[in-house]
Structures are given as C-alpha cells and as structure tokens.
Write a protein that binds this ligand. Structure first.
Ligand code: CA
Length: 225
C-alpha cells in the first residue's frame, strides 16, 4: 500500500512512517493540514492516516475538502480518546474509519488493510485483451471459448496485468497489490506464480501474452499475445 500520514506530532509521524515501511508499505509524511490536503489530492495513495488536531486546517476540514473535490481515497482519522464529537465530525466529513489515540500499531495496520481491501476490490466489469477474457464478478477466465481454471493468486495476478495491459508492472507492484504488502514471502514467489499462469493462459494456446521484462517485471500484451 502507498500510505500518506498527516500528523503534526513529529515523533508519532516518524514512528508511523517507520512502522509502515517495515511492514512493506510506502509512507509519506506531511505535518500540516494544508500540506496533507495537497499531497492527498495530487498523490496516488491507497490510504490516508489523518490526525484530527492539526495546525491551521484541521483533519475534519481536510477530509471534507478532499471529498468535495471528488477524491475517494480511504481516510483513517486519528482522534483523541473518548472524543465522540471528533469521531462524529470525522465520519460526517467523509472519513472511512477512525482510531482513538493512543492506539496499537498492529490495529492501525489491520484497519488500513481492511480499508484498502474494501476500496480496491476487483474491477467490476469484464476485462479483455484479444481473446483473453476475465470476469471479476464470477472469478472466471476464458481464452476464446475455453474456460481456464486458475488458483486465487494466479487469478489476482492476471486481473492486475489485464487491467493494466501494456504497462510494465514491477515485482514490487505485484507484491503490493496481490499480496497486500506481506513481507514474509520469498522473492521468487511471483516468478513461480507467473510461470504457472503462463502454462495455463498462454502455452496450451501457443500464445505469449505475458512478457518478461528482464530485471524489471512483467507486462501483458494488450492484444492478448
Ligand atoms: Ca495532532
């Protein structure tokens, strides 16, 4: 996940950023509401951790402005313990969840993961490259008229490659999207899954849709190979 932390308490902000990075995520930090708003509006974050009490523009106003501008990025608000008005104001402003200070870092991570899962989800519509078709709603894959049986991970990797057909996806991006930042997996696990995916969607059909970009990652040919 790519996470933006907006928190004026430098120690807490630093601790959050360090913890997120150690858990395999990317973290940027902003210390004021207006800087946070700008970063959240122009950046491509999977989630924003937003403190309510910020100098200048407070967290509630940052969140409300983001929503007014049409940004749907999941927001996890940090509030003072027991401060019900803060929480209500935060949720009313369009926050997706809140956590009262002091909180456990593990809980923050779990909630961010849940927000990310809910917002990311598989694409709702069918995606297609040539005669390769993926139906996210029913989790089915076809090459022409032939249905292909994939494991859950193979399906998720193919869905990612298909929705971004023609783009090079690095192993890190695939790890981040499909494994959700789990860090205890072996580095060659993606290559193994891509290899088995090829034996199912390409080889039996004499195709080469999934290309390896040596030292970089993988790309799916928009024409389906
Ligand atoms: Ca604060």
């Amino acid at each position: 996940m790519r996470v933006l932390v907006v928190e004026d308490e430098q120690r807490l902000a630093g601790m959050l950023a360090r913890g997120l990075r150690e858990a395999g995520h990317t973290a940027d930090v902003r210390y004021t509401g207006s800087e946070g708003l700008l970063a959240a509006a122009v950046g491509t974050y999977d989630a924003v951790v937003l403190d309510v009490m910020l100098p200048g523009l407070d967290g509630t106003r940052v969140c409300r402005t983001l929503r007014r501008q049409g940004h749907r990025v999941p927001v996890l608000m940090l509030t003072a313990r027991g401060d019900v008005p803060d929480r209500v104001a935060g949720l009313d402003a369009g926050a997706d969840d809140y956590l009262a200070k002091p909180f456990s870092f593990d809980e923050l991570l779990a909630r961010l993961r849940a927000l990310h899962r809910r917002s990311a989800g598989p694409p709702a519509a069918e995606v297609r490259a040539g005669d390769l078709l993926l139906d996210p709603a029913r989790r089915r894959v076809f090459r022409g008229d032939t249905e292909i049986d994939l494991s859950a991970r193979e399906f998720d990797i193919l869905a990612l490659l298909l929705t971004r057909a023609g783009e090079c996806l690095t192993r890190y991006q695939i790890l981040d999207e499909v494994w959700d930042g789990e860090t205890d997996i072996r580095s060659n696990v993606i290559d193994v899954h891509v290899a088995t995916l090829r034996t199912k969607v390409d080889k039996p059909f004499g195709r080469h849709a999934i290309e390896t970009l040596r030292g970089v990652g993988y790309r799916l040919r928009p024409d389906g190979g």
